[in-house]
Design a binder for this molecule. Structure first.
Ligand SMILES: NC(=O)c1ccc[n+]([C@@H]2O[C@H](COP(=O)([O-])OP(=O)(O)OC[C@H]3O[C@@H](n4cnc5c(N)ncnc54)[C@H](O)[C@@H]3O)[C@@H](O)[C@H]2O)c1
Length: 433
């Protein structure tokens, strides 16, 4: 089949490359010329494991191409995916739908024969209705359907998630659209990933409900971690103890510095706003968002406590900046709030991240970046491990001890054992242990 992907970011590029890998012919469109130029030179605009080889092989096979020209890109496509950003709207926290609506208007101009316009961006309930209205307004003669197909992939494991999803959710009431979507996802269906059809508005709510639930699960274990610290329990034991209950499940029960990233913070906020608009508030999610926001700042206090209650004039090494490992994405990363708080308290920051430095430089000020964790740790009064990159799991502790001014580590991801740290002579604080 022929597919166009409007927006070639974390979701559009990965989805487009994976669809091409299934054998479809995919054109990825982006209005950012530098992104398209890089892609045409096989330089990935983002860091995502395995993406470069997947893109290269499908470009070589003639199934994947890139353009800034939307009209040319959607020529002959049976499905046009909208995968543009839906960030928080400045000021009120609603999802900013201007990119989605702009894409819909542009798509409308180029519709020639029946096409399914598929919303893959995360959008509040009713957006599909509005996209349909916009296209109809622009092109009363066009033959099209609008479907919702929210994406559940995780950055850092995006290709695996796209190719082996727990389920595929499609929201449409249109029979022809259902056929097109079934055909598009047939390769996955054969792999036994359930293809779940539902109404468009239900699909839209499903995406937010999923993210809000996951954010709640993380926040729940984070609060349990605080309680464990207060009463002398170990949150990792508690997480194992409850996670083996099939009704609860062991995933997303890792206590840490609070969730961040390009999705949970903005999506929980957008859901809260939508729910308030409909006079049906989601109070649990409201609390989750508030608790999580406060938590990131509290993590900075933990670091300050470890430094003896004061970091003014001291040097703090931050190990890991991205919101999670295996991505370069810095959007709403907990490191941002933690560093801000430490800087306000007078600390000088030295940092290392395996892939996130370029993005970090765009959002953080007055931070010195280093190529290795060891360089970042040199001369530091205290260190904080903020992201659990694999490369940080077996650091040379003896070497670190000799490099730091005082051996003190706040392990905000619980990747080291307290006994091991004590053996090496570190002052050590973790989360919930
Ligand atoms: N990143 C994730 O892990 C993830 C997971 C699931 C869902 N989502 C959702 O998917 C959507 C996209 O997220 P992302 O992380 O890929 O965003 P992104 O910012 O990485 O990519 C969006 C791209 O769309 C392009 N764009 C915007 N308007 C355009 C237009 N009119 N025509 C062509 N290109 C246009 C931008 O230049 C940008 O490259 C969001 O709604 C997000 O919530 C993201």
């Amino acid at each position: 089949m022929r597919i166009a992907m409007i927006g070639s970011g974390y979701v559009g590029l990965v989805s487009g490359a994976c669809f091409a890998d299934f054998g479809h012919t995919v054109v990825c469109v982006d209005k950012d010329p530098s992104k398209i130029e890089r892609l045409n030179n096989n330089i990935m605009p983002i860091y995502e494991p395995g993406l470069d080889t997947l893109v290269a092989s499908n470009v070589k096979a003639g199934r994947l191409s890139f353009t800034t020209d939307l009209a040319a890109g959607i020529e002959g496509a049976e499905a046009v995916f909208i995968a543009v950003g839906t960030p928080s709207r400045r000021g009120d926290g609603h999802a900013d739908l201007s990119y989605v609506y702009a894409a819909a208007r542009e798509i409308a101009q180029s519709i020639k024969s029946y096409v399914v316009v598929v919303n893959k961006s995360t959008v509040p309930v009713g957006t599909g209705d509005e996209v349909e209205r916009i296209i109809r307004e622009e092109r009363p003669d066009a033959d099209f359907a609008v479907a919702s197909n929210p994406e559940f992939l995780r950055e850092g494991a995006a290709i695996g998630d796209f190719k082996r999803p727990d389920r595929i959710v499609v929201g449409t009431e249109d029979d022809r659209a259902r056929e097109v979507m079934t055909e598009l996802y047939r390769p996955l269906f054969i792999n036994q990933s359930p293809l779940l059809f539902m109404g468009r508005r239900s699909a839209e709510v499903t995406k937010y409900a999923a993210n809000a639930f996951l954010a709640t699960k993380i926040t729940f274990i984070n609060e349990m971690a605080d309680l464990c610290e207060a009463v002398g329990s170990n949150v990792q034991d508690v997480a194992r103890g409850i996670g083996m209950d099939g009704r609860i499940g062991s995933k997303f029960l890792h206590a840490g510095p609070g969730y961040g990233g390009s999705c949970f913070p903005k999506d929980t906020m957008a859901l809260i706003k939508t729910a308030q608009d409909y006079n049906s508030p989601v109070r649990i999610v409201e609390t989750v968002a508030a608790v999580n926001e406060e938590r990131k700042r509290r993590m900075a206090q933990k670091v300050i406590r470890l430094a003896g209650g004061d970091v003014a004039g001291k040097t703090v090494a931050i190990i890991g900046l991205t919101f999670k490992p295996n991505t370069d994405d810095m959007r709403d990363a907990p490191s941002i709030a933690i560093i801000d708080e430490l800087q306000k308290a007078g600390a000088t920051i030295r940092a290392h991240d395996p892939e996130g430095t370029e993005q970090a430089q765009l959002v953080l000020k007055d931070v010195a970046y280093f190529d290795t964790p060891y360089e970042a740790l040199e001369g530091a009064d205290v260190a904080a491990i903020v992201t659990e990159w694999e490369a940080f799991r077996a650091l040379d502790l003896a070497r670190i001890k000799s490099l730091m001014k005082t051996p003190a580590i706040a392990d905000l991801r619980n990747i080291y054992r307290p006994s091991e740290m004590a053996k090496h002579g570190f002052a050590y604080l973790a989360v919930g242990r």
